[in-house]
Design a protein around this ligand. Structure first.
Ligand SMILES: Nc1nc2c(ncn2[C@@H]2O[C@H](COP(=O)(O)OP(=O)(O)OP(=O)(O)O)[C@@H](O)[C@H]2O)c(=O)[nH]1
Ligand SMILES: [Mg+2]
Ligand SMILES: [Zn+2]
Length: 312
């Protein structure tokens, strides 16, 4: 029998069958072995083949069907281990705020890199637009010019005040959408707005730090009344890149592509090399100097990690 994973918690998975029935399943030992290089062998969004147990109330997963795509990050706790966040995603919706909490550009640029690597289209959503006053106008201009200029669609919404939701819905309809972002940006409140009667838990930010409280603790997929699915995920503190080699990093910065071919050296890493067309474009601000800085930061980080892991 076929179904789709809508929630995973350790060794138990909740699978939804085509007729809507929910079945609690275990993964078989062998399946877990095959996925050894990742901390989780099955992920939310996976299509699976399952078999019912003798008493018919629970099941076990026999096969994970071929994935269209998936997105992996380095497990925050387990060093080299990889964690599959979700599979078979049509759109990654990256939620950010300008204030409460402040923008985490490090997270955004790393997440965008992963989405380029795993071929997942991204929509950037700035939530809490009700908090964007004239003091935040420069930040908004900067944010917009940085990401819209390099081709990412960008929307401004307020989940609280229900503004911009119709425009957003046009992007989401009939797709499997991964909703990600730092803790407290409003992922769960937004999903509650789009799926009435859901009542996901949301929480005010910590008075102390102004940060989210990691209210959502596991990923789960919910059907949209208009068709499609939204995957709520726990707030991500730090996105650690997986599966990217430093010398390939520039390929995941889409705005570098049209300049790279004019670099003097074919294997140019766009650091200190002479006649680097990317660096010239940065000087002319044809490439955002900020994004180039981020490229250098991530490049150095990947170099350091690869040194310790001894594979380049
Ligand atoms: N002012 C304002 N507050 C909002 C908006 N959207 C969400 N919030 C508030 O921000 C806080 C955090 O919202 P959540 O939906 O719990 O955030 P989350 O991204 O799911 O957080 P985690 O589950 O911890 O990752 C709540 O107090 C929400 O009411 C908005 O558009 N404007
Ligand atoms: Mg949440
Ligand atoms: Zn170069």
């Amino acid at each position: 029998m076929k179904g789709r994973i809508i929630k995973t918690t350790g060794s138990w998975q909740w699978v939804q069958l085509d007729n809507g029935t929910m079945v609690e399943c275990r993964t078989r030992g062998k399946l877990r072995m095959e996925g050894l290089s990742t901390t989780n062998p099955v992920a939310v969004g996976d299509y699976v083949e399952l078999e019912f147990d003798e008493n018919q109330s629970k099941g076990s997963i026999k096969i994970i069907l071929q994935r269209n795509n998936y997105i992996v990050r380095k497990s925050p706790k387990q060093g080299k281990q990889r964690h599959v966040l979700a599979a078979n995603i049509d759109l990654a919706v990256l939620i950010s705020t300008l204030k409460h909490p402040a923008v985490k550009y490090g997270f955004i640029d790393r997440f965008l890199t992963s989405c380029q690597l795993f071929h997942i289209p991204v929509l950037i959503v700035v939530n809490k637009e009700d908090l964007i006053n004239h003091e935040l106008n420069d930040e908004w201009q900067f944010f917009q010019s940085t990401y819209q200029a390099i081709g990412y669609p960008l929307l401004r919404i307020s989940a609280l005040k229900r503004t911009g939701l119709e425009a957003l819905m046009k992007y989401l309809k009939n797709k499997t959408c991964l909703i990600t972002g730092n803790s407290g940006v409003g992922k769960s409140l937004l999903i509650n707005r789009l799926i009435p009667d859901l009542n996901l838990k949301t929480a005010p930010l910590s008075k102390f730090t102004g940060k989210g409280k990691h209210t959502t603790t596991f990923s789960q997929m919910y059907p949209l009344p208009e068709g499609g699915f939204l995957i709520d995920t726990p707030g991500i503190k730090e996105w650690k890149l997986s599966d990217v080699k430093p010398r390939e990093l520039a390929h995941y910065f889409p705005e570098f592509m049209r300049f790279m071919k004019d670099c003097k050296f074919q294997d140019c890493q766009h650091l200190e090399e002479p006649d680097c067309a990317v660096k010239i474009a940065v000087e002319n601000t044809e490439i955002s100097p900020f994004r180039y800085e981020q490229y250098l930061n991530i490049y150095r980080e990947l170099k350091a990690v690869n040194y310790w892991e001894l594979d380049d």
